[in-house]
Design a binder for this molecule. Sequence first.
Ligand code: NAD
Length: 359
Amino acid sequence: MEKIDQIQKKRVAVIGYGGMGGWHTKYLLKSDVAELAGIWDIKEDRRALAAERGIFVYDSFDAVLADPTVDILTLAVPNELHMPMAVTAMEAGKNVISEKPVTMSSDDLSKMIDASVRTGKLFTTHQNRRWDCDYLMMKQVYASGMLGEVFGIESRVQGSRGIPGDWRGKKEHGGGMILDWGVHLIDQMLGIVYDRKVEKVYCRCDHITNYEVDDGFKLDLYFEKDLTARIEVGTSHFISLPRYYMTGENGSALIRDWTDDCRIVACKNWDEKNVVPVVTAAGLTKTMAPRDQETIAESSISRPESDVHDFYRNVCLAIDGKAEQIVTHAQLMRVMKIMEAAFRSDELGMPVVIDDEIC
Ligand code: NAD
């Protein structure tokens, strides 16, 4: 990232020292643009663990806010706490990174954005999966136009362990897979299809191991100009379908797994002479038979260089007014409105038309 040498190192306090708080502190301890001021967690055992690891532990959330050396608060607490803590922190003069999902409703998000505008403090969300290589490759394929007009994209993550038994299973804490993996995959899809609006959504939620919140879902986003994107998250799948699939009028692209390159098959000759039919019990099919190798061109895109720590670098530059923040308020609101439409669609059992300008 450009201009790193111009960044004034920022001091960051991490609120919540659980799984993700642990990730942030580890990163901040070796960051080139920020340093760890300390942590605050309501649980004594988490505070004790941090102290054991040599991390400074604040006495309270208020003590963090009162520390004039702290520039940024990173909120790594359960989802229902993001909005009140972010607003309080900005009012106290701190910049705020909220973990994803930014919050649980567009009304709450408006309060956070208003606080940022009112106080002039930076407010953003850790959409770290914008640095995932699978996403970056799909973004490249779409933007290149190499598949011709794209009409279908599928993005999936499927596990087999249900959802964790902690706050993620409870509605009041913002549990469920739409607010967990969904927010990442929707954000990615809107990053890939950068040039079209979403007109309609249809969503069906699963309740296989959890009845209170969704433990998986199938969400279809109907973009303008006839592009449909399927986003699917499952937690009871023992064989996983591919991570990403994209298809257009001239070719298809596939990423099978987290660590795979992107495979592309494009048509180079529509004039097929010798189609070998597939024999099925019901008869022969040429329509669905594989293409012969003479008519297609295979290529691949390798996983690009990507450094998720560019997120903090961007935040620090943006605080100093030297860069635009990468994860913007408008993007956060667009994803939030789509998640709200997905919940409504599941409730109604039918597609929901989106007429919001932002989507
Ligand atoms: P966790 O349960 O492991 O940790 C949450 C911590 O917050 C706990 O230690 C808990 O004691 C603490 N806490 C709860 N209430 C608090 C309060 N009022 N004040 C201070 N501390 C409090 O959860 P997690 O997996 O770390 O998730 C935290 C956040 O990070 C969630 O919003 C989650 O969605 C997000 N997350 C993001 C990613 C990502 O890839 N960006 C991955 C995992 C989690």
